[in-house]
Ligand binder design. Structure first.
Ligand code: 0O2
Length: 233
């Protein structure tokens, strides 16, 4: 095999870039873990205090490098860490799946109401679904991450949705990619109809749930709590 002359300085540069990229992604991963912990604490406290669990499922994902670069290109963002930090706010994502719409809103309020959380933007696709039928409540929030080199505020996209919305979105996502984003009109129409059926199911289930639990409010309104999380008289 012929020997290739490897430029040492190029290798050093590549290693530096790799380390910088790893540090960049680590910050998002730490922020994501902070948010997951906050949601787990809310869930566990409700389960203990009210024998009621408002969260059916919690999941999180870190955007892959390829997917970040695709968004950088699509949005015309400068390919440097500072510009990417400012321009892309869904590198860290947490999804909260609830049984009922009401719980999705309550958990959103309880999370963004916490002292160390900053609210950057909200997209309420539950109140205003997308034209394809997609529903979810999206919040871009920031959370402080305390590192030896200082504190960084990390943006995390949190999606709140019901089980029915989640079922619809995961199927729609699969169809979208199966047809390489060119979904036949008939399927699009059926998906829109299925989204309406899912919304109808959400309403019925919430009504039934209210009948069973009566006027009892399993998840307290956040304004009833002090900054230390204790209930005000
Ligand atoms: P993944 O794999 O879930 O992370 P963008 O579309 O990202 O350029 P923006 O404004 O950031 O623009 O998007 P938005 O509206 O806040 O939605 C971002 C995320 O919401 C998506 O992330 C999906 O998770 C979800 N989402 C939004 N619209 C739809 C939809 O029509 N169908 C489904 N199934 N999910 C949707 P990613 O990064 O696309 O994917």
């Amino acid at each position: 095999m012929p020997t290739v002359n490897v430029d040492e300085s190029m290798i050093a540069l590549a290693r530096e870039l790799r380390d910088e990229m790893q540090q960049f992604l680590n910050e998002y991963s730490f922020g994501m873990r902070e948010i997951e912990t906050k949601l787990e604490i809310l869930r566990d406290d409700f389960s203990h205090q009210h024998s009621y669990n408002p969260i059916e499922h919690l999941s999180s994902r870190l955007k892959g490098v390829e997917s970040i670069l695709e968004k950088v290109q699509r949005r015309g963002i400068q390919p440097n860490f500072t510009a990417i930090r400012e321009g892309i706010t869904d590198i860290a994502g947490v999804r909260v799946t609830c049984s009922f719409v009401n719980d999705a809103y309550r958990l959103f309020e309880l999370l963004v109401g916490q002292d160390d959380i900053g609210l950057i933007a909200v997209k309420d696709y539950i109140a205003e679904p997308k034209s394809n039928g997609y529903k979810s409540l999206h919040a871009i929030i920031t959370v402080p991450v305390f590192l030896p080199r200082g504190t960084v505020r990390v943006p995390v996209e949190v999606q709140f949705r019901t089980i029915a919305m989640d079922f619809w979105a995961s199927l729609e996502h699969k169809i979208y990619y199966k047809y390489d984003k060119q979904v036949p009109q008939q399927l699009l129409d059926e998906l829109r109809e299925a989204a309406l059926t899912a919304s109808d199911l959400d309403e019925r289930m919430e009504r039934l749930h209210r009948q069973i639990r009566g006027s009892e409010e399993p998840v307290p309104a956040p304004q009833q709590m002090t900054s230390r999380g204790t209930h005000e008289a």
